[in-house]
Design a binder for this molecule. Sequence first.
Ligand code: NOJ
Length: 771
Amino acid sequence: MKWLTSLTIAIGLACAPAGAQLTNTAPVAAQSNAAHQAQRDAFVSDLLRKMTTDEKIGQLRLISVGTDNPKHVIREMIRDGQVGAIFNTVTRQDIRAMQDQVMELSRLKIPLFFAYDVVHGHRTIFPIALELASSWDMNNIAKSARVSAYEATEDGLNMTWAPMVDITRDPRWGRVSEGFGEDTWLTSQIARVVVKAFQGEAPTDRHSLMTSVKHFALYGAVEGGRDYNTVDMSPQRMFQDYLPPYKAAIDAGSGGVMVALNSINGVPATANRWLLKELLRDQWKFQGITITDHGAIKELMKHGVASDPRDASRIALKSGIAMSMSDEYFVKYLPELVKSGAITVQELDEACRQVLNVKYDMGLFADPYRMLGAASSDPVDTNAESRLHRAEARDVAKRSLVLLKNRLNILPLKKSGVIAVVGPLADSKRDTMGSWSAAGLARQTVTVYRGIRTAVGNDATVFYAKGANVSNHKGIIDFLNQYEDAVQVDPRSPQAMIDEAVAVAKKSDVVVAVVGEAAGMAHEASSRSNIDLPQSQRDLIAALKATGKPLVLVLMNGRPLALVREDQQADALLETWFSGTEGGNAIADVLFGDYNPSGKLPMSFPRSVGQIPIYYNHLPSGRPYTPENPGKYTSHYYDEANGPLYPFGYGLSYTTFSVSDVSMSSPLMKRNGSVNASVTVTNTGKRAGETVVQLYLHDVVASISRPVKELRGYEKVMLQPGESRVISFTITEDDLKFYNAQMQQVVEPGKFEVFIGLDSQRVKQQSFTLL
Ligand code: NOJ
């Protein structure tokens, strides 16, 4: 695997508990990548020779500890060699107990690996992925993944179901919260950085957490934004826009790939030989492990491509699935399939080899207790404060917030006077963490109300009123509370809650209303057909607005929302997504100007749900709409303003910046050459601040239509008041490549437009010609 290149494996058996007899002990040495692979292959081949068919099949099973599989049942499976890996177990004690069972009870003592959804934090919860992307700051993003890997591996975990790099252009899909937005190029950069940050220098590092990039492939394009729905896509769009981030993660060395639940042009990913074999293995040379998503083999019958469980198991394995998550099909049906020859021993061995390979790479054969150490070193309190990384989480979060509006510079607020903090999310710890909050604890989370109180201390008076429930819709609340008590409903009448908030607002100098979505509204299976704020919160905002007090809306949400009305009502709008454990402190840092906001949107915000899909890098139309000369027969909605409310790349600062015209190093670019495009950016305001200078390109005439703009570079730059800096981008042929109608990756000569600006719409323009 790629990330083994400068490998120094320094694992001994020193930390294995006394008495742990390892029958399968891998060699330990400083090795080159090739030497490591040769030794691994020899070791795994030898082990495969010792394994029975049932033991091999057992390795292909990944199970979740829970009500379906209680611990005593898992113990029996371990004894019988019926399980290869576990997920949803997150303490060293629990993990050690299972590994002990392997060592004590199983014949071959093949260690288990342990996986978990460490998506945006483990014990310390960092901002959700969409928010991390809003920082446009790779160090910031890497820091969140490094800390998460550290915490997860301190708890004994080996693998994470991350990063999710599905390109998302439809905010109705609740899982846009888990991805890095609509842009292929930006998401690919992040994919690379996150994989390297999670995995570290070498998989055998004590704090290396193997990634399993997901959801392979194209899950972000489910029709209508309805979760689990089908995906139908042209090859050009697939290869140009949707596949590159997975490829980037794989090229960065991701040890695992999680296969998507959706179908692609009619073939479910889990049954998609082209996807899993031809593309992933043959073309992309992926050497790691393919794991299904939850229950995906069973779902092949519902997809209508398998007639029964035996058929589903056969198709999945033959298509390139190695490990099944959370279903018993492989264990039940593969023995007979192998016996009858429907699955060959070689096919079974290939799948089993993938599991054993990653265990080898994780260093588990060298020491099954590698992530655990001795029991005496276990933390006394798994949830101890001292195990959190609050400073890092606060720092990452504050850099990821996006200021959408700031009329008359109402922000930053003063730490004096009287501040009303209202809204259903103002003091909700659970929601501040966001969905997929791993082993994070709500009680350790700082809400906006708490953050504001701490920030002002005794210098200001802070009043709180909830003002509204997240929604007054019983069906929605029941949905959110279906499996856990996620949303607390205040039993008072909506009017009584609003009255209380209005009374508080009237006593205050400024109102900070924290509104948006409960964490569960932007999650797996949480698709929405309407992306407005819920009516209960709209009513609250209208009542607050009527008080005439300055109104700051702090938005908490996991998707772009339709905010036309709120944009008109609010004096200031701060997009805070779901900011995690230190969310409230980070938000207070920005509200009071202790940090000058610098985030930029990684997804366009539509004006209304009817505009979806709306993304900045769309293809041109033969009848484009131009605001100066709208025309009737042009591509637009006649009942809606054209374009997004807030474009991709948009975000304000407490200072202002100017961008000069673009200057090109040359009007011509030679084949295999390069040109430079540069601008001078000046901080024209009175505060130091950061902004993101963005480079977009457009291939004006090509053999197929090319997007009106595509991001190809950016630089986040900090400028003191009055300071100017020249920002220069080098453009090479790599930036100009695309898939033509014959699916060849080409660069075609001709004119290219160059746009540089501080968002995707307000840009300065130049051009060059590729000879
Ligand atoms: C289903 C989700 O689609 C996937 O993203 C997640 O990693 C698994 N469940 C495991 O929790």
